[in-house]
Design a protein around this ligand. Structure first.
Ligand SMILES: Cc1cc2nc3c(=O)[nH]c(=O)nc-3n(C[C@H](O)[C@H](O)[C@H](O)COP(=O)(O)OP(=O)(O)OC[C@H]3O[C@@H](n4cnc5c(N)ncnc54)[C@H](O)[C@@H]3O)c2cc1C
Length: 249
């Protein structure tokens, strides 16, 4: 059995982040998507309420930013809030183009009003938004010849330049991952260009705080989050600290 694979991109986790990235990256090279369970097992498929964005002419990005910073009670980094919220409208548009079955009234997106939002902002698919999103994102991944799916495969460690004795100076580099197959074999998946993970809603390079501890998305179910923490705990300790970003949505 082949136990060594090489792709341009390796994506660990098949939640919304992983599937979205896979569809985009497949235009640029060969992509492997690894998930420890079935592709439909992720926090994404459990998410209910919906996705916040500025989708109404009476609303504005500045309103959304102000609401978020107020709700964040001093914990938000304004530049991060601006960065995320500034892309929200476009991303919801892209999710629609992927075929996400958001609820609408006569062709107009139905937005709900939640939490600390001053305007209606929540695009949703009844109260099973994540499932609708997962289904829409999974379809193009399943049919794309540039994407290879490794379901029921768990990434158990990352391979770094330091592991391979190729580390010289500066930042260590992540080159791939060791992955446990369903029949108990450890396979090697190398990534020529980039390794990405949706398992903490961050690229793997941006997932580890400078103390080596992942500050994972509090929205992820523990089962989805736990192994990921162990996986990246040991690498890239030099990275900038990531603070909890409070985004209402
Ligand atoms: C009940 C519930 C309701 C929610 N409601 C909302 C909501 O209304 N609005 C909102 O914005 N957010 C909501 N969230 C949060 C939202 O679901 C998550 O923030 C989002 O789905 C995270 O997406 P993701 O792709 O980063 O991670 P996930 O969807 O969790 O995907 C990560 C994947 O990585 C896999 N994985 C983990 N470790 C490994 C490993 N070592 N090897 C291989 N695979 C691995 C996991 O199995 C999982 O499939 C909710 C979450 C839950 C649980």
């Amino acid at each position: 059995m082949n136990n060594k694979y090489e792709f341009d991109y390796l994506i660990i986790g098949s939640g919304a982040a992983g599937l979205f990235a896979a569809s985009k990256l497949a235009a640029h090279g060969k992509v492997a998507v690894v998930n420890k369970g079935e592709f439909s097992e992720s926090s994404t498929w459990y998410a209910q309420g919906g996705i916040a964005g500025v989708m109404d002419a009476s609303d504005s990005i500045e309103n959304h930013i102000a609401d978020t910073i107020k709700a964040g009670s001093g914990l938000c980094h304004e530049d991060t809030v601006r960065n995320i919220i500034g892309r929200g409208t476009r991303i919801i548009g892209e999710l629609i183009s992927f075929g996400t079955a958001f609820d609408s009234d006569n062709g107009v997106l139905h937005l709900t009003h939640e939490a600390a939002h001053s305007h209606r902002r929540i695009a949703h698919a009844k109260d099973a938004t994540g499932k609708a999103l997962g289904e829409a994102l999974l379809a193009p991944v399943s049919n794309n010849p540039n994407i290879t799916a490794f379901q029921r495969h768990m990434a158990v460690d990352v391979i770094t330049a330091r592991h391979l004795g190729r580390y010289k100076q500066g930042a260590d580099r992540c080159l791939g991952a060791y992955v446990l197959s369903p029949d108990g074999e450890v396979i090697t998946i190398a990534a020529r260009k980039r390794i990405v993970t949706g398992i903490t809603r961050q690229d793997i390079v941006a997932s580890v705080a400078d103390n080596g501890v992942i500050e994972a998305s509090s929205g992820n179910v523990v089962d989805a989050r736990g192994p990921a923490q162990g996986l990246v705990d040991g690498v890239n300790r030099q990275l900038r600290r990531i603070r909890l970003t409070v985004c209402i949505g």
